[in-house]
Ligand binder design. Structure first.
Ligand code: FAD
Length: 391
């Protein structure tokens, strides 16, 4: 009898309460039963499975860490565990969820007025309204902190926004997009809730991606787009406020990378125990075991790291550099784990039906979004040396 397949070698999650454990298992069952059978079909077609939205509504796990507004105010650890369980099956669906629950709702939760939170968060929690987060621009990615070119200007009628945002996840079907823009008068960055029917707002789907193909990324054009003062995030007064949202969501991306790595490791372990060559399971060969152990050791280090990261969030001591270090380490290690998983599966490793091929491609996008390895490394570098290499 072979031992059960489980990427949680150190029983990391043993401290979860029974209620939290139940949510973890609920998400796992949802991903296995409802999502897994669909993802390769949609990934190949570069489309989003809209039939999942009512099922997400029923699952009732959006905005899990926020207090009030229909959200249960659970520890950050829970948000991480949910991201991990989702990405363990599919990183695109985990990203769709992360944009809604983290980036979009998080911007309103952290930077919105009480009235704005009351208006938007309960609807978003129930997926009645879908959100997106627009920071990156066609010519401004890593340098967003000082370089945003999308502008806003106050007029008697409201705010006028101009410019373009690129790569915006969920944008093709989002009801609202958080747009970060530079105020032409004060020079500071402000945030806006731009609704899809705002005059002067349009979206074009970005086609031809080789990663996270289920995520619908858009190129947004704002042409004299008029946004009311009621839709300006009342507590977003500079890029520092945008940074508060990113600190939270980068921790989520580290968890997501961990899930992606765990899914690939578990698939590879399963495959190598069943696949026979030279009359024996390939998992019995020393060089295959070497790969599996290397994968597991990195995966275990990642899980330990993100677990502590969430504890620090819950303790209120998490700083940008802590989230950045985990984002760099976990996405870098994930790239290694998924490529080893592909390797031990031989030719079948590049076939979508064996799942790992999708993880290999998707790991590339997770590696680059929410700050590249270089930018997150420089945030850590600044913290440990006292010298900023990028300002
Ligand atoms: P660039 O900034 O042009 O960087 C190119 C290379 O130069 C990188 O290797 C980078 O690390 C390096 N580099 C840049 N500056 C330095 C420096 N000072 N020192 C050393 N190296 C440097 N954005 C959103 O706002 N919302 C979203 O929903 C969203 N979703 C995304 C989904 C996907 C699938 C992808 C791929 C991207 C998404 N993004 C989103 C954008 C993402 O955050 C950016 O791609 C990322 O920040 C990098 O920016 P860039 O692609 O413009 O690369």
């Amino acid at each position: 009898e072979l031992p059960p397949i489980d990427g949680d070698f150190y029983d990391i999650y043993h401290t979860l309460t029974p209620e939290q454990r139940e949510i973890q298992l609920k998400v796992r069952a949802f991903m296995e039963k409802e999502v897994k059978p669909l993802v390769n079909h949609y990934w190949l077609r570069d489309e989003f499975p809209f039939e999942l939205i009512p099922k997400f509504q029923k699952l009732d796990i959006c905005g899990v860490t926020y207090e009030g507004y229909g959200c249960p105010g659970m520890p950050f650890l829970m948000e991480g565990v949910i991201a991990m369980e989702m990405a363990r099956v599919d990183a695109s669906i985990a990203t769709f969820f992360g944009v809604q629950s983290g980036l979009a709702m998080g911007s309103i939760y952290i930077c919105g007025s009480e009235e704005q939170k009351q208006k938007w968060l309960p609807q978003m929690q129930k997926f009645e309204k879908i959100g997106a987060f627009g920071l990156t621009e066609p010519e401004v990615g890593s340098g967003a902190a000082g370089g945003l070119t999308v502008t806003c200007k106050k007029t008697p009628e409201g705010w006028i926004l101009n410019g373009q945002k690129k790569w915006i996840g969920n944008a093709t079907f989002a009801d609202l997009v958080i747009i970060w823009a530079r105020d032409l008068d004060s020079g500071e960055v402000k945030g806006f809730i731009v609704e899809k029917d705002n005059p002067g707002y349009s979206v074009e789907k970005i086609k031809g991606k080789m990663a996270l193909r289920i995520v619908q990324n858009g190129l947004i054009t704002l042409k004299d787009c008029l946004v009311t003062e009621q839709n300006r995030l009342q507590n977003a007064n500079s890029f520092k406020d945008t940074g508060k949202v990113l600190r939270m969501t980068r921790a989520g991306v580290a968890w997501m990378a961990t899930g992606c790595a765990r899914g690939a490791y578990e698939s590879a372990l399963d495959y190598t125990r069943k696949r026979e060559q030279f009359g024996r399971p390939i998992a019995s060969f020393q060089m295959i075991q070497g790969h599996l152990v290397e994968m597991l050791s990195n995966l275990t280090a990642m899980q330990t790291m993100v677990f502590r990261l969430s504890e620090m969030q819950d303790e209120g001591i998490l700083k940008d550099e802590h989230a950045s270090l985990a984002k760099v380490f976990c996405t870098l290690r994930t790239r290694d784990i998924v490529s080893r998983a592909r390797e031990v599966m031989g030719g079948n490793g590049i076939l979508l039906e064996y799942d790992v091929a999708r993880f290999v491609a998707d790991a590339e996008a997770i590696y680059s979004y929410e700050g590249t390895k270089e930018i997150n490394s420089l945030i850590v570098g600044r913290s440990i040396t006292g010298f900023s290499a990028f300002v």
